[in-house]
Design a protein around this ligand. Sequence first.
Ligand code: TXA
Ligand code: MG
Length: 317
Amino acid sequence: MSDLKTVQLAGTSSGITEAARRLGVGQLVAFPTETVYGLGADARNATAVAKVYQAKQRPSFNPLIAHVADAEAAQRHVLWNESAEKLAAAFWPGPLTLVLPLRAGHGLASLCTAGLDTLAIRVPAHPAARALLRAFDGPIAAPSANPSGRISPTRAAHVLAGLRGRIDAVLDGGACDVGLESTIVGLSQTPVLLRPGGLAREDIETALGFALVERAHQEAINAPGQIASHYAPEAPVLLNQSEPLAGGAMLGFGDIGGTLNLSPRADLVEAAANLFDYLHALDTSGQTISVAPIPDHGLGQAINDRLRRAAAPRNPV
Ligand code: TXA
Ligand code: MG
């Protein structure tokens, strides 16, 4: 499938410097956090983020968590509020992810949030992760470093067992202490528990001084009609077209050009990197967006999943 040579880097200062260098040139570097190993990419680099989805072989674009060095760095990317301040003060660095509205000029690739206007962000506690974030000096997008559908890795060897040959490097920081993913709390509206995880709900509620609402978050993220309205263009979308409607827009791919072309050279990584930006760009006039056929293999599956959601009826009963 892939022929990358996956380098093992020791969790020493030279290993960390090399990991940061590799992230800086768009490579994929798995790294330890206190919860599980993350598959890291520069969150500002759309192509690098597209490669994360490709390496994990995910059939859809689930938004990623941005990892940053501290709460101050987080505030460069998201709009802060009182609950965020309380929880960050109490639990960062640590196994807690906050979902907050993206700040204007946030600088992140739209593929990192899968086109949402909120961002999941956290400050990990593992010393190697902290050192890497300091050395890299930017946001690192990282889902758990496992192939889609497999269990999350808590050792460098688990990462290699699942992703060797598909990622550039793994930074070895030993076994993860928590061994369970971070707890995710949504703070963009009424505070809500989006995913139980390494930090107990009770501790979060104590720090906030009130109870969290509960929501089945995969449902909210994935179900067409729920958050799909967030993701979906306002304009009607037609799939598998070879030309636009009269007066309409065309999202091309390969030889089928258009108003914008996801990838003139028919490269699925490039197409994924452009997908959300181009959908937004074409969604200005309310005119129908016709989309060229996208091959349904590799990243094409995730692209087609997203496009089908964009084309689905907006208010399903
Ligand atoms: O402990 C962890 O959280 C690990 C380490 C590597 O930090 N990461 C992790 O990432 O578990 P991942 O991609 O496996 O899970 C991230 C979850 C997904 O279920 C995704 O739907 C959710 O975070 N998520 C990301 N952005 C979101 C957003 N804007 N709103 C709601 N949920 C979001
Ligand atoms: Mg995961």
